[in-house]
Design a binder for this molecule. Structure first.
Ligand SMILES: *Cc1c(COP(=O)(O)O)cnc(C)c1O
Length: 490
């Protein structure tokens, strides 16, 4: 690594050096005091780094090369994986008619954009088996909250004010109990059995007339299909509750099975996961919510409707829970999801599901001899291993994750779900080639062997990255340590 790459842009600074060369001004310099009141104008020049054009370009190019993204390497982060980001999506999202519409434009001038949104809703209805869909929520968690608020409005409309509880399995994604709390419910945990599936006995015990809803992911967060789903839905419906489907990751069931046919009343999807929206850095997202007939009156308003070939936002929805997002969702992400669905077609989406499941099972079977496999059964789009065997040798799952960095792989999710000791959760996705899967598997096997023969190399990893093992707590609490150190030295 070139020393210059490691320096801060401020350290590259040389007095008087500038990054451009332009002719002298031949017009008077603008009088800023005309534009801004004097009180807002700075009195002294800001302290900016003084560098040449090449220095600044090379500095940022070098920084960008340190990033890991789905375009630079394998990203098997179970459950929240960065999935496929096809480049055709970017072309379509940049069409002038999509990129330049103003959110406050009159409806009659944006009929095309509204048609795209309406058609996307229709496709999502078909994929999920729901009766109506809203595209308003901006993320999965907001979709969850929106769905729960509709369930709440439904119960209250029925005079059912005692339904204060939302049941969530112990393997659930953390946003499920969080959304339930924000929607004003109390969460009750239902245990998973030895087989990783919802324990029906325990579910019967916790489900009662105070149950507002059960939130479930199927396949669950362990990558296992809840094969008793019809019975689970029956238990909850039997006590008057609603069944909520967390469909953030639909790669294992899309075009094969529909939440609407499994007895679910509400579903949210993450268009920024399964439906290929890029979501680096936490956004932007799109978390549409689909509902069965009973819940349609409570959908967030406005509702996008089509009447005699004309698209219109309907605000006259007296039972609506209200608006959950300004305008109508994250339009750009919805354009990308629409492009993906249309370019794949139904057979393409089915192939996605088949490859996602095949890839995960292939990887699980090849790794099973080297790691503990807590649930020895077919998985869906993801699977969990346990690093228990390695822990006995003094190598923790965190060390394994760090060692993967030495080989250029983004580590999988670790220590989640909480009900598996030393958990390693892997989602390969449908888009990776067999060569990439094999390369990752070979490295995992090598690390398992190192843990036996030479544990220090794993315990002290990473060795090849720009920054070595971080103090995880300090990294979260003091992200700009170096700058602080400089202030101290000044
Ligand atoms: C990602 C994810 C969520 C949350 O989605 P956000 O868009 O990050 O809010 C919820 N549930 C599951 C299973 C997820 O994987």
């Amino acid at each position: 690594m070139n020393k210059k790459d490691q320096e801060l842009i401020f350290e590259l600074s040389q007095p008087g050096r500038i990054g451009y060369s332009l002719p002298e001004l031949d017009v008077p310099e603008a009088d800023l005091s005309v534009l801004l009141p004097a009180g807002y104008l700075r009195e002294e020049e800001p302290e900016l780094p003084e560098v040449s054009e090449l220095d600044i370009m090379r500095h940022y190019t070098a920084l960008s090369n340190r990033n890991h993204g789905v375009d630079s390497g394998f990203y098997p982060l179970g459950s929240c994986t960065m999935k496929y980001n096809p480049k055709i999506n970017e072309d379509v999202a940049r069409f002038e008619g999509f990129a330049h519409v103003h959110p406050l434009q009159q409806e009659e001038t944006v009929q095309g954009a509204m048609e795209l949104l309406y058609d996307l809703q229709e496709h999502l209805k078909e994929i999920t088996g729901m009766d109506e869909v809203t595209l308003q929520p901006a993320a999965g968690a907001q979709g969850e909250w929106t769905g729960l608020m509709m369930i709440r409005a439904y119960h209250e409309e029925n005079g059912d004010f005692n339904r204060t509880k939302v049941i969530v399995p112990d393997s659930a994604h953390g946003t499920n109990p969080a959304s339930a709390t924000v929607a004003g419910f109390e969460t009750v945990t239902v245990k998973s059995g030895e087989d990783g599936l919802v324990d029906l006995e325990d579910l019967r015990r916790v489900a009662d007339e105070t149950t507002a809803a059960l939130m479930l992911t199927n396949p669950n967060t362990l990558g296992l299909f809840e094969e008793n789903i019809l019975e689970i839905a029956e238990i909850i419906h039997g006590v008057g509750g609603k069944v909520y489907y967390d469909g953030a990751n639909l790669n294992a069931v899309m075009s094969k099975a529909r939440p609407g046919d499994m007895g679910f009343d509400v579903v949210h999807l993450n268009l920024h996961k399964t439906f290929t929206g890029p979501h680096g850095g936490g956004g932007p997202g799109s978390g549409p919510v689909g509902v069965k007939k009973d819940l349609i009156p409570y959908l967030p308003k406005p509702v996008l409707v089509k009447e005699e070939g004309v698209y219109r936002f309907d605000y006259n929805r007296p039972q609506s829970i209200g608006r959950v997002k300004p305008f109508y969702g994250n339009f750009g992400i919805n354009v990308r999801a629409y492009t993906y669905i249309r370019s794949m077609g139904p057979d393409g989406l089915k192939a996605v599901t088949e490859y996602a499941v095949l890839n995960a099972n292939y990887m699980m079977r090849r790794l099973a001899p080297y790691f503990d496999l807590p649930f020895n059964r077919h998985c869906k789009h993801e699977f969990v291993l346990s690093g228990k065997r390695q822990k006995k040798l003094g190598v923790r799952t965190l060390d394994i994750a760090k060692r993967l960095l030495d080989f250029g792989f983004h580590p999988p999710t670790i220590y989640f779900p909480l009900n598996v000791e030393e958990c390693i959760m892997i989602e390969p996705t449908e888009t990776e080639s067999k060569e990439t899967l094999d390369a990752f598997i070979d490295v995992m096997i090598q690390i398992a062997k190192e843990a036996e023969a030479n544990p220090e190399i794993v315990q002290e990893a990473p060795h090849t990255t720009v920054i070595g093992r971080l103090d995880e707590t300090a990294a979260a609490r003091k992200p700009v340590l170096r700058y602080e150190r400089e202030l101290q030295n000044a």
